[in-house]
Design a binder for this molecule. Structure first.
Ligand SMILES: Cc1cc2nc3c(=O)[nH]c(=O)nc-3n(C[C@H](O)[C@H](O)[C@H](O)COP(=O)(O)OP(=O)(O)OC[C@H]3O[C@@H](n4cnc5c(N)ncnc54)[C@H](O)[C@@H]3O)c2cc1C
Length: 400
């Protein structure tokens, strides 16, 4: 928006910018306590990084080079077009069932509804690839990537790219054969993600207000007034909120439409913690190669996923050292305790998310003109959906 000459005022509750992005740097280690990077699906990241004078670092190991924990053992998740047919965690019957996928019809939509009826991640996996793939790979992806339960998590809300690929090509295997599968490279900005948010914020100058938790947002004579601790901080025609849905409802008070309230009340969230484990390479038997480890819920693993940072972004680890980053739920605490105390809330999109979202969005557009919804409560968990939504709203705001 600043690029287009629009004035922007950013009100941030905490004492730093970036939200869940939080990088700790010391003695040659760059440790991400929140997101590790973005998947290389959005060219806009490269433009933005260039604009703030930062290079983009692309992962050495691809997101596809993962291991799967099954039966207490680690199995490679084979990549490539027919890779899964070699997967050692699938039985011969499970692999045979996979071969049917290109011949199955796409899911029939309901013509009476604008939104296709929802489907869980597990049900999608069972329908297209069979029960074995649903209970291993799809289940591990739901918990490892989104801390969710594959049987209650909405597939189209959590994996919109895959849902769109099925709609377009009918089969995901055929979509992969046509080379339309998105890149699985993870990217970060030079020196870690926080460098990026700090550089962006520098350009805001005095329009950035830290330690400014908005407690009330009200519309008066076509102007939005944001106040914090009784003091009006800003007045504007439009507001783009990336606060969690519950916080936004509180700010709006009685003006919050019932659909937005219902959305916030039904949104499931969980607390996550990223725990770094730092080693001398010589002190470990097998320095992990590849991207990391996922585990289906049947394994009852004490982690949601583990990333091998030294093999993903070697520049973030001093020479001769290894860094494993475990993502765990809530309070489980091991590893480097000095760094692992920070928990963060993330939403989990359960069945019906897209329908509740559409109702909330329509109600907000009707009742609260000039308020734009954003943030991971609504439009996708991850840095890519955050960027996409921000770009879309910036366009809409600049064109009104
Ligand atoms: C441990 C962890 C690992 C992750 N790993 C990845 C990953 O590798 N790749 C990926 O793409 N995604 C990852 N994610 C998800 C990703 O980090 C988030 O989806 C994304 O950062 C959300 O951005 P956001 O702007 O929606 O929300 P946030 O980053 O949470 O920002 C919201 C901001 O609003 C502020 N705020 C809240 N209330 C108020 C108020 N009343 N007044 C003013 N300000 C307020 C908050 O202080 C915060 O700064 C991870 C998440 C976690 C927790």
């Amino acid at each position: 928006m600043r690029r287009r000459g629009k004035g922007v005022c950013l009100l941030e509750a905490s004492d730093r910018v970036g939200g869940k992005i939080h990088t700790v740097r010391s003695d040659g280690w760059t440790i991400e306590m929140g997101p590790a990077g973005w998947l290389d699906h959005e060219p806009e990241w490269h433009k933005l990084c260039e604009e703030v004078g930062l290079g983009v670092e692309t992962s050495v190991a691809g997101d596809g080079e993962r291991l799967l924990l099954k039966g207490g053992k680690l199995h490679a998740i084979p990549s490539g077009k027919l890779g899964l047919l070699r997967a050692s965690f699938l039985s011969p019957a499970g692999r045979l069932r996979l071969c049917l996928e290109p011949f199955l019809p796409r899911r029939a939509g309901d013509p009476a509804r604008s939104i296709t009826a929802d489907e869980s991640v597990w049900e999608f996996g069972r329908r297209r690839f069979g029960k074995e793939v649903a209970s291993t790979l799809l289940d591990a992806a739901a918990s490892g990537l989104f801390a969710g339960d594959s049987k209650t998590m909405s597939f189209p809300a959590a994996f919109p790219h895959l849902a769109a690929a099925e709609k377009k090509h009918g089969s995901l295997v055929r979509a992969a054969w046509k080379g339309t599968a998105p890149s699985d490279a993870l990217c970060t900005s030079e020196g870690g993600l926080q460098n990026f948010s700090e550089r962006l914020a520098e350009g805001l100058g005095s329009s950035l207000q830290l330690n400014a938790p908005v407690d009330s947002l009200r519309l008066e004579n076509g102007q939005w007034i944001a106040t914090s601790k009784g003091e009006a901080l800003s007045q504007s025609q439009t507001v783009f909120s990336t606060a969690p849905a519950g916080a936004l409802v509180q700010m709006l008070g009685h003006a919050a439409p019932p659909e937005l309230r219902t959305f916030a009340e039904t949104l499931v969230t969980t607390s996550l913690r990223s725990i770094p484990f730092r080693f001398d390479e010589s002190a470990i038997l097998r320095p992990g190669k590849g991207f990391g480890i996922l585990a289906p819920s049947s394994e009852n693993a004490p982690f949601l996923n583990i990333q091998f940072t030294h093999s993903i972004f070697p520049s973030q680890v001093p020479p001769g050292k290894a860094l494993f980053r475990a993502l765990v739920r809530g309070k489980e605490s091991q590893g480097d305790r000095s760094l692992s105390e920070e928990t963060q809330q993330i939403p989990i999109y359960t069945l019906g998310h897209l329908e509740r979202l559409a109702a909330a969005e329509q109600a907000v557009a009707r009742a609260l003109p000039g308020l734009y919804l954003g943030g991971d409560s609504f439009f996708g968990v991850g840095l890519n959906p955050a960027l996409r939504r921000a770009m879309l709203c910036a366009d809409r705001i600049c064109n009104t």
